[in-house]
Design a protein around this ligand. Structure first.
Ligand SMILES: N[C@@H](CCC(=O)N[C@@H](CS)C(=O)NCC(=O)O)C(=O)O
Length: 201
């Protein structure tokens, strides 16, 4: 399979992390397709979205959308991404959902922040900042789960927090969330995390 990514994409970082952490490096070739804003970007040859992550499967499908890609990679790993026990699996999915919500919210706010002042919506920015704060709180409350056996929700939570640091340093998400801050500082020492840290200059 081929996984297309760009280095600073928080979405693409999730399957990139999974490939390393769940032992798929022999099955998945990772291909950097940045810069994404190049109209001749190779992704335009494959489908309408031209977004990362994108996955070309061994059966010739070209699949976009992070959660679908993770589903395919999970199958390729023999189901390593989520626990098999139903209760643990539900908790892992709960974390994955919060991490996804957080990433979407941060992504939307970052676009809104970069609009021309006349086009910017203070209401959207405020609404998404509130949603992100609730997600940070939920992750702080779930830190025991984050510290447990590795699953995809944990990797996605780390990717979202890394993106928060890059695009929304003013969120100061560590303030008032000491358990999450301590967990994250330790977790990002894992080579897969350290080697894929985004750099927004
Ligand atoms: N809903 C998509 C979002 C992916 C996405 O927005 N990726 C961004 C990079 S972080 C992208 O490819 N942007 C290129 C563009 O907008 O042209 C997913 O979950 O995979």
């Amino acid at each position: 399979m081929k996984l297309f990514y760009s280095g600073n994409s928080p979405y693409a970082r999730r399957p990139r992390l999974a490939v390393v952490e769940f032992g798929l490096e022999d099955k998945v070739e990772v291909i950097d397709v940045s810069p994404l804003n190049d109209p001749k970007n190779i992704l335009h040859n494959y489908g309408p979205g031209a977004k990362v992550p994108a996955l070309e499967t061994d059966t010739g499908a070209f699949v976009c959308e992070t959660l679908l890609i993770l589903q395919i990679l999970d199958e390729a790993s023999g189901g390593k991404f989520y626990p098999s026990d139903p209760v643990a699996r539900g908790k892992a999915m709960q974390i994955e959902g919060i991490a996804s919500l957080l990433m979407d919210s941060l992504f939307e706010r970052s676009h809104e922040n970069r609009r021309d002042p006349a086009e910017k919506s203070a209401a959207v920015i405020e609404k998404e900042a509130g949603r992100a704060a609730r997600c940070y709180d939920a992750l702080e409350a779930a830190v025991d789960e984050l510290s447990g056996p590795l699953h995809m929700g944990i990797l996605s939570a780390a990717a979202s927090l890394g993106y928060a640091d890059g695009r929304h340093p003013g969120d100061n998400w560590r303030t008032g969330r000491p358990k999450l801050a301590a967990w994250y500082e330790d977790f990002i020492k894992r080579p897969a995390l350290a080697n894929s840290m985004p750099n927004f200059g």
